[in-house]
Design a protein. Structure first.
Length: 232
């Protein structure tokens, strides 16, 4: 037995020795991603980026409403009433949630996401009609809003309810994803999930028949909040 063990040890050391002696080739140079985007980026002003984002997302049944900082709650409440929404899930300790709560809306119950999911899973999946989250920004080139889950607005808020309202500031629309990643410093600040949402959830069977809401919200409603500042 000792001779066998000794032979195994010798073979192992021989293999490791050859591996250690192998010259490691220099790693290939990384591509110049920034340079490529700088050379190929569309130089669009904000109205052009807004137009491209809306065109792409409306093509896949995203609903847009132009709002301001003053009137977005009323627009949301009007849309909710039109759609027969009974309750709205809002985040905890968010500025937009506080604005809605201060209005004490009639006919719409505001439900804060204030409990661990295990304590109210059935209510969330069976009884919540809609949710409201903020968007971190958006990408015009690929027609997507960027939703950044936080403890105040967890991932399930944009996944479970049938209708998802997103409050997006028009000034945060980037021309492409590289611009968003660079400007917002994603490399040092990524959440567990960084979401790019291009429209309501949809799937298709083998006959290519589309069905909405199979794996997430069947409606995506973007409240596009404009400011009075000059756009550029």
């Amino acid at each position: 037995m000792s001779a066998v063990l000794g032979t195994s040890a010798t073979a192992r050391e021989s293999i490791l020795g050859r591996l250690r002696a192998t010259t490691i080739a220099d790693a290939p140079a990384l591509p110049d991603v920034k340079g490529w985007f700088d050379a190929h980026r569309r130089h669009e002003d904000l109205p052009q980026r807004i137009s491209r984002l809306r065109t792409a997302m409306e093509a896949v049944k995203t609903e847009f409403h132009d709002v301001t900082d003053a009137d977005w709650p009323e627009v949301l409440l009007r849309v909710a009433a039109t759609k027969g929404i009974r309750n709205l899930l809002i985040g905890t300790n968010t500025a937009h949630g506080a604005v809605l709560e201060a209005r004490h809306p009639q006919g719409l119950q505001l439900v804060p996401y204030a409990q661990p999911i295990d304590t109210w899973r059935d209510q969330l999946f069976d009884s919540i009609d809609a949710s409201l989250t903020s968007a971190r920004s958006a990408v015009a080139e690929i027609g997507s809003v960027i939703v950044w889950p936080t403890p105040s607005e967890p991932r399930l808020m944009s996944l479970v309810p049938h209708i998802h309202f997103v409050l997006l500031d028009a000034s945060t629309i980037h021309c492409d994803l590289h611009s968003a990643i660079s400007a917002e410093g994603w490399s040092g600040n990524l959440p567990t999930n960084a979401l790019l949402i291009g429209g309501p959830s949809k799937t298709a069977d083998i006959q290519q028949t589309l069905a909405y809401g199979a794996h997430g919200p069947r409606e995506l409603i973007v409240l596009l909040r404009h400011t009075t500042e000059a756009t550029s």
